[in-house]
Design a protein around this ligand. Structure first.
Ligand code: GDP
Ligand code: MG
Length: 398
């Protein structure tokens, strides 16, 4: 799974990315193929099942602190997008292309209104961050439209002439954007285009379809960043009202970065996503104390967290509807090396015991006989739909 961090320049994308990917863990272990320069590993936070079993887990990847388990997701930091990006403004096309494989997006905006549409610094409160939500939505729609339109006439004619399956053909054509047959099918229905020949779609219909697919394949959450600035509070309240279709998360990436760095230097004790932290005042100078007290009062006190963890969790669990599931045995939660609950997988809600088996290993999927729900101590079949936090043992034929 890949989450893209996007927005215009200077809103705090890189700070968000840096804070979200800063963790004291070995990332050589992670099963992702190649890590490009602007990509990194962030973590979503879940309640670890080890607490229910009254044990302490030993994650192979990610980490677990006080029974909060952190599971890896891949993040990319996309360079600033400005109005006109889809026409190539500010290298926009190149940056948009980086987003093709993303499953969900976190749109970082500057809630303090201190940067204009190009990302230049202006007087705080003088720019309306609502404009950023509008322009970026439009850029993404136009980007999808542009990709669809490329050779569309010829494409539509071929579908007609060779009597190809519309759903399959469009899904294949747009698979680079993570478009599936189901997305195409749903979108055709929603837009009333299911019975129309693509050759006959007018511009408006083509745009509606592109926009529909964009919303389905690049679901987005808004991180209203710089919430530590006084002027941000009212802006955020207003954005929440005016953009009710979006989840708007007050966020202070700067604060999250400061807390994670201080934790790394062992002067603060903070678990990402928590509403509080402990500081060791004897190790802090006056400036550090002041900065940390500011975060405590104006970010955690006012908003309940720095928002960075909430934005990531929101993207994976609310937008993408994932659940987390552990492999484990009825008699033993350890692997052969003695590690307790070493693995935990993120799966789409609705996944079955068989999907899980294939996720653990293709061979385990192929030789699946039955599974056990370890928490309920009950056998379950192939088609059994898994729940969030399940521990599943798979019995195989060999
Ligand atoms: N007040 C405040 N400033 C922030 C925050 N996050 C980032 N910034 C500042 O915003 C500026 C741009 O940050 P950067 O991460 O480089 O933005 P990018 O261009 O979107 O990647 C820098 O001066 C950051 O220190 C935040 O949460 N609060
Ligand atoms: Mg940047």
């Amino acid at each position: 799974m890949l989450v893209g961090v996007i927005g215009k320049p200077n809103v705090g994308k890189s700070t968000f990315f840096k804070s979200a990917t800063l963790a004291d863990v070995e990332i050589a272990n992670y099963p992702f193929a190649t890590i490009k320069p602007n990509s990194g590993i962030g973590h979503v936070r879940v309640d670890c099942v080890d607490k229910e079993f009254m044990v302490q887990c030993n994650p192979r990847t990610g980490f677990c602190i006080n029974h909060k388990r952190f599971l890896a997701v891949e993040l990319i930091d996309v360079a600033g997008l400005v109005p006109g990006a889809h026409e190539g403004k500010g290298l926009g096309n190149e940056f948009l292309n980086d987003l093709q494989p993303a499953d969900a997006l976190i749109h970082v905006i500057d809630a303090s209104g201190g940067t204009n549409e190009k990302g230049e610094v202006v007087e705080e409160g003088s720019y309306d961050p609502a404009e950023d939500i509008r322009f970026l939505d439009k850029e993404l729609d136009m980007w999808y439209l542009g990709i669809m339109k490329r050779g569309w006439d010829k494409f539509a004619r071929t579908i007609q002439k060779e009597n190809l399956n519309v759903v399959k053909t469009i899904a294949k054509q747009l698979s680079g954007l993570k478009v599936t047959e189901m997305h195409v099918e749903d979108c055709l229905k929603e837009k009333g285009l299911a019975d129309n020949n693509p050759e006959d779609w007018n511009d408006e219909e083509l745009f509606g379809f592109a926009q529909g697919l964009r919303k389905k394949t690049k679901p987005m959450i808004i991180a209203a960043n710089k919430c530590d600035r006084k002027v941000s509070f009212n802006n955020i309240e207003r954005l929440k009202k005016d953009f009710s279709e979006y989840t708007i998360i007050p966020c202070s990436a700067d604060s999250e970065l400061a807390l994670r760095e201080a934790t790394k230097s062992k002067i603060v004790d903070y678990v990402p996503g928590n509403s509080e932290f402990i500081m060791d005042e004897s190790k802090l100078n006056d400036k550090q104390k002041e900065a940390l007290k500011f975060i405590k009062k104006n970010v955690l006190g006012l908003f309940g967290s720095t928002g960075v963890q909430n934005a990531l969790n929101g993207a994976v669990f609310n937008l993408l509807n994932y659940i987390h599931v552990y492999p484990g045995g009825m008699n033993n939660l350890k692997d052969k090396d003695g590690n307790i609950l070493p693995d935990c997988f993120l799966l789409k809600n609705g996944s079955t015991a068989l999907d899980f088996a294939f996720r653990v290993h293709t061979d385990i999927g192929k030789h699946f006989i039955k599974a056990m729900d370890v928490k309920k101590r009950m056998p379950v079949g192939k088609e059994h739909i898994l729940n969030d936090g399940d521990v599943i043992e798979i019995m195989t034929a060999k």
